[in-house]
Design a protein. Structure first.
Length: 354
């Protein structure tokens, strides 16, 4: 129904306006008591889907990536679509409007999206206030820096976000890989990144003592545009800083072999969706093999089918996340992936029995 009826109508309108409309409709549906209907349609409760990763228990390995529910407005409602976890953000210390509109573009011929949103959000304090509600699901907090904050002072912004969100999220993601904040990706360089993550780990430890709770898992989200040498640096950084894992990958600035017209494909910003699938899987496999599976990896990028998700899991990911695939394929994709994982488990059990 979504792909045949609803999506064609929604895709007639501006992508950012449709995103806001979708939020309104999901919120309205929940108020009308349809959350349980969605849950029965899209959720699978099976203990074989459970995963324990970086000390957290996930009901299933399929999550919603950051960028969809930036301001933590809809995480409980979105949990009805069968996700095992939801990542809010990217949030910054101060509210910011982001880049000028128009800044979100569908590349329908490529089943892709280009965005140059620029960390538009209402600020970390607003998100924290909304996260005071009981969570039905594991929540990740994706944190970044404000546009006007110079890179030399960026760690301060990340520390503020960690301090404010600490009581309300289950894990943190350090976003230094968005192409839409000028100079941000320079923070992926080995020296600055190591220093920042060490500072965040110190704060993480102190906050765990203040709040009398566990140290929150700290993950790093990386760009797909890093070369092999830079990826080897990432492995070294994980080892030296003791962070808990990697999210691979963010959006790409590469525009190779796109089918969409030039006016769309050459828009500035980060590209997500099917064209990213191959590269994000390559990054996952490289990190897993070169590190000898030394740390967990969350795979994201170009997952539009159950087969795409299985490919990432077999490449070395422990969990996967959706964003653009969720927009193009609809919420049935979450269920289809979990069904495929269960099918793989059943096949393995039968082979073992033989």
């Amino acid at each position: 129904m979504y792909k045949s009826l609803l999506r064609p109508i929604l895709f007639l309108f501006d992508a950012e306006r449709v995103h806001s409309l979708s939020f309104f409709l999901i919120k309205l549906s929940a108020k009308l008591g349809l959350g349980s209907v969605f849950s029965s349609r899209f959720s699978i409760n099976d203990p074989r889907l459970e995963r324990e990763v970086f000390g957290l228990k996930f009901n299933n390995p399929v999550g919603l990536a950051a960028g969809f529910d930036k301001d933590a407005r809809l995480y409980n409602e979105l949990s009805s679509f069968g996700f095992g976890f939801i990542e809010i953000g990217t949030v910054t210390p101060k509210p910011q409007k982001g880049n000028p509109k128009k800044r979100l573009f569908r590349l329908k011929a490529d089943q892709a999206i280009i965005n140059r949103m620029g960390f538009n959000n209402e600020g970390v304090y607003a998100a924290a206030e909304r996260l005071r509600k009981d969570h039905k699901i594991l929540i990740g907090g994706n944190i970044g820096k404000n546009k006007e904050t110079p890179n030399e002072e960026a760690v301060r912004d990340y520390l503020i976000c960690m301090d404010v969100l600490f009581p309300f999220v289950d894990y943190f993601v350090v976003n230094v890989s968005s192409p839409n904040t000028p100079g941000l990706r320079k923070l992926q360089q080995k020296g600055p990144l190591t220093q920042m993550l060490n500072e965040l780990q110190k704060s993480n430890h102190k906050l765990s003592q203040v709040h009398s709770t566990y140290k929150k898992p700290l993950l790093l989200k990386i760009a797909p545009d890093l070369n092999d040498h830079e990826l080897l640096d990432i492995i070294t950084i994980v080892e030296k800083t003791g962070i808990d894992g990697i999210i691979a990958t963010n959006t790409t600035i590469d525009r190779t072999d796109l089918k969409s017209n030039f006016m769309l494909s050459e828009q500035q910003g980060g590209l997500s969706g099917k064209p990213l699938k191959k590269r994000s899987t390559e990054v996952i496999r490289f990190l897993a093999e070169k590190s000898n599976n030394a740390f967990p990896i969350i795979g994201v990028g170009g997952i539009h089918s159950a087969e795409d998700a299985i490919e990432k899991l077999e490449a070395g990911a422990c969990l996967v996340q959706l964003w653009t695939g969720f927009v193009y394929e609809g919420p049935t994709l979450v269920r289809e992936i979990n069904e495929a994982i269960l099918s793989k488990i059943t096949e393995a059990d039968l082979q073992e029995a033989d």
